[in-house]
Design a binder for this molecule. Structure first.
Ligand code: GLU
Length: 293
């Protein structure tokens, strides 16, 4: 199978120029290295009716094309369950009954990094576990035997980040993103992950989980986000930031595409022209400030 890159939007609303810029970059990284380019809709959570169709239309409008059919995470529960069973069989999981509040209020374990799960349910005795089962449904956590893990990123170099006993399946039965993303990328033959650098901190967890499942880590490239003029991550409330908003102001999709390419130091016009000039080493390292239409 030819290796692949991908774009994996959550269908929670319209894509804004920041999301579209990440999609264009993921496409350029994949196509410039002879990879296929796949689209996966991450609809386990936060799916809003109608959002997917608009996202696909907007991706197409800026020239992002993909190979084959679109994969939806909601159709892949069997794959996720199989991966969780493998980890369970290897003794690498445990049930957790903590509420968010209990986690916040628990004293953190000695030397545990901030934000790490404090391990409250890691060593429950059988009686205590039985009792807790009668009070609340359990989430499944990974029994991690490292506290951090190192990954290599094409743009960031070596990056070491926290690995805690993160959730694999939430207590409402929904598969957690960190498990789904690892299983999906492997199953789809994706060996290059290009996404916003807000996800870099979760990457050591994913790479560690991949190692436990005997999955080779993909190549990672975490690209700078787009920010508003105050330096905060771009959001819908920052004015005209979607193709529909911009079209209403007379800025069409080709003009938006050209703005995105210009922000990347690439020639404007169809993405095929930009592809010929694409050099990851020459990409701007700083966030791009969206100053409005
Ligand atoms: N679905 C995630 C998002 O839209 C992206 C996850 C990924 O690219 O791994 O933020």
């Amino acid at each position: 199978m030819t290796p692949a890159g991908r774009f994996a939007p959550s269908p929670s609303g319209e894509l804004h120029v920041g999301n579209l810029r990440t999609a264009v970059l993921a496409w350029l990284f994949a196509r410039s290295t002879g990879r296929r380019f796949l689209l996966r809709v991450e609809d386990l959570d936060r799916a809003r009716a109608g959002a997917e169709a608009v996202q696909l239309r907007d991706l197409t409008a800026v020239g992002v094309t993909w190979d084959g059919g679109i994969v939806h995470q909601t159709g892949r529960g069997t794959l996720y369950a199989a991966a969780i069973s493998r980890l369970q069989d290897a003794g690498l999981t445990y049930e957790c009954f903590c509420t968010r509040r209990e986690i916040q209020e628990a004293p953190s374990a000695p030397h545990a990094p901030q934000g790490a799960y404090p391990g409250t349910c890691r060593n429950l005795g059988p009686a205590e576990r039985e009792f807790k089962r009668s009070t609340r449904p359990a989430a499944i956590r990974l029994r991690a035997d490292v506290a951090e893990y190192r990954v290599h990123d094409v743009l960031h170099g070596e990056f070491t980040g926290i690995v805690d006993d993160f959730v694999l399946r939430r207590n409402d039965g929904v598969t957690a993103y960190n498990l789904a993303v690892v299983v999906d990328d492997a199953e789809q033959g994706i060996d290059q992950v290009v996404r916003g650098d807000d996800l870099l901190p979760s990457t050591p967890r994913q790479a560690y989980l991949a190692s436990l499942l005997n999955i080779p880590s993909p190549e990672y490239a975490h690209v700078p986000l787009v920010v508003n003029k105050h330096g905060a991550r771009l959001a819908k409330r920052d004015g005209a930031v979607t193709l529909a908003d911009l079209a209403a102001l007379g800025v069409d999709a080709a003009a938006v595409r050209d703005r995105l390419l210009e922000s990347l130091g690439l020639p404007s016009g169809p993405l095929s022209t930009a592809l010929a000039a694409f050099d990851p080493a020459a990409l701007p390292k700083a966030p791009w400030v969206w100053s409005g239409p």
